[in-house]
Design a protein around this ligand. Structure first.
Ligand SMILES: *Cc1c(COP(=O)(O)O)cnc(C)c1O
Length: 398
């Protein structure tokens, strides 16, 4: 594989044709400043030391690479390994980049971290990072999401962050994004916008990718040590941060990679969030990328059983990797994800997040068709404790 894929984006923040900074001209300097400071700070030995120490002693890295022998035996095909991001402090991969963002913000002399959250997972991860690093944090959340996600709202508040209830329009994620951005614009000098995935204007897709790439770097060491030869890497794709986190350091190898998108209830508009499968290039949140959109270019409503996957856009790096054919993108629907959730729980005693269950579901499908000398590594992006009440509800288990 070519090196040019690994070394993107270019100076303007383009991964091939995708990414960039689609911003009002007066905002460009704000984001350019972040890019410039990031280039300096990421090579600062103090920053590197502090970040690595947090990853090791606070997050609990490296996360294990676990051979799922019960599941493998039951399926009777390829060997399945799990990269256990579910074992991280706070229960998912998100802490890898929120800690990086919080440290970066502090080194840049910012006084506040700010973000929106939908289901609250990103809000909790950012508020946690803010607490440990010692910086103020403000989380914008739609009033409807607040009512639905009380445990996460309470966590965010206990962690010391301020929750801003958004009562505009549909009172959900879209309005929270607008509200957070408006608040950021009031004081971009002192506020650091903590974006939750490899999305948004340059340099965020690059910064978040860099912080998440620890996942693939660790896997490289772990397979070398144990003489494992992976044939496939697999991860679920919402915005795409856990997927590129695993893939990034393997882009210049010949390992096959598969990103799994949510097919939701059906392939009708509004019933899924299969952006790369059914979308087309357009603009969203300051970037040029694949997008589920109507004829006027407005984002379509989306749905997935896994709230972390229901985003109508996608990180520009994935748009590029799709066009270049380096990564294959497939879909798994709500029902298949739920079955995989139950299957992994029963066979391995590991309760996966519904997001991660999409990758597990596709791996099970594929493993059946493969020889037992083949190997699949799944990025288990998070744990499913947060999903238990919801699963009990839909299965009528009470
Ligand atoms: C947020 C989340 C995702 C989706 O985000 P990506 O940026 O696509 O990784 C996936 N899994 C879990 C557990 C999450 O919390």
């Amino acid at each position: 594989m070519t090196k040019e894929i690994t070394n993107t984006p270019n100076k303007e923040g383009y991964f091939g044709e995708y990414g960039g900074q689609i911003l009002p001209p007066e905002l460009k300097p704000v984001f350019d400043e972040i890019a410039e400071q990031y280039q300096k700070i990421k090579n600062d030995p103090d920053f590197i030391k502090e970040y690595n120490e947090l990853l090791k002693n606070y997050v609990g890295r490296p996360s294990p690479l676990y051979y799922a022998k019960n599941l493998t035996k039951k399926i009777g095909g390829a060997k399945i390994f799990l990269k256990r991001e579910d074992l991280n402090h706070t229960g998912a991969h998100k802490i890898n980049h929120t800690l990086g963002e919080a440290l970066l913000a502090k080194k840049m002399g910012k006084t506040k971290l700010l973000a929106e959250t939908g289901a609250g997972q990103h809000g909790v991860a950012l508020a946690t990072a803010a607490a440990i690093v010692g910086i103020n944090c403000e989380i914008h959340m739609g009033a409807i999401d607040i009512a639905k996600q009380m445990p996460n709202v309470m966590k965010i508040k206990m962690l010391g962050a301020k929750v801003i209830e958004v009562n505009d329009g549909g009172k959900s994620l879209k309005e929270a994004v607008d509200s957070a951005f408006k608040s950021f614009l009031k004081d971009p000098e002192n506020i650091f916008f903590g974006i939750g995935s490899v999305v948004g204007p340059h340099p965020y897709p690059m910064i978040v990718r860099d912080f998440q790439s620890i996942i693939g770097k660790e896997v490289k060491g772990q397979i070398e040590e144990r003489d494992i030869k992976p044939d496939y890497l697999m991860a679920c794709v919402g915005g795409g941060s856990n997927a590129i986190g695993l893939f990034n350091d393997f882009l210049d190898t010949d390992v096959k990679m598969i990103g799994v998108e949510p097919a939701g209830r059906s392939f009708k508009d509004g019933d899924h969030a299969a952006t790369l499968t059914l979308g087309r290039p357009g603009e969203i949140h300051g970037m040029f990328t694949y997008l589920l959109q109507d004829n006027e270019g407005n984002p379509l409503p989306v749905h997935s059983i896994a709230s972390g996957l229901d985003y109508p856009g996608i990180g520009p790096v994935h748009a590029d990797l799709k066009d270049k054919g380096r990564v294959e993108y497939v879909t798994i629907n709500d029902k298949e994800a739920l079955d995989a959730f139950l299957e992994l729980t029963k066979t391995e005693g590991i309760i996966p997040a519904l997001e991660s269950s999409h990758a597990v579901a596709y791996a099970i499908k594929l493993a059946k068709k493969l020889d037992n000398n083949k190997t699949i590594i799944i990025n288990l992006s998070g744990r499913g404790d947060k999903d238990i009440d919801y699963v009990i509800d839909i299965l009528n288990l009470k």
